[in-house]
Design a protein around this ligand. Structure first.
Ligand SMILES: C=C(O[C@@H]1C=C(C(=O)O)C=C[C@H]1O)C(=O)O
Length: 95
């Protein structure tokens, strides 16, 4: 196997793990949505999102990746909120 192929295999394995973790995160987010619905709490919590971004950046060892992780976290939470809203709207068993 050439080096390119070898590295792509590595990326594929990382993506598999990432997808599994994103799925897990989305499920927890959905549970939070249920709690919010029951307790009349809005989906967006801007303060919490700032903390999540800073926390995630702090996990990095490579400081040159700060802005990427900041952006990644923002995207992730945007999707998480979208999923929460979708679940609250439909309120089906799929969520
Ligand atoms: C999951 C929550 O809902 C929203 C999504 C967040 C996330 O995906 O981490 C964080 C804050 C909220 O805007 C939460 O309130 O914890």
């Amino acid at each position: 196997m050439g080096r390119h192929e070898e590295l792509r295999k590595e990326i594929d394995q990382i993506d598999r793990e990432l997808v599994q973790l994103v799925e897990k995160r989305m499920k927890v987010s959905t549970e939070i949505a249920e709690y919010k619905l029951a307790n009349n709490i809005p989906v967006l919590d801007a303060q919490r999102e700032k903390k999540v971004i800073n926390k995630n950046i702090s996990y990095l060892t490579d400081r040159t990746l700060d802005s990427y992780i900041s952006e990644f976290s923002k995207h992730l939470m945007e999707l998480s909120r979208r999923r929460q809203k979708e679940c609250l709207k439909q309120h089906t068993k799929t969520c």
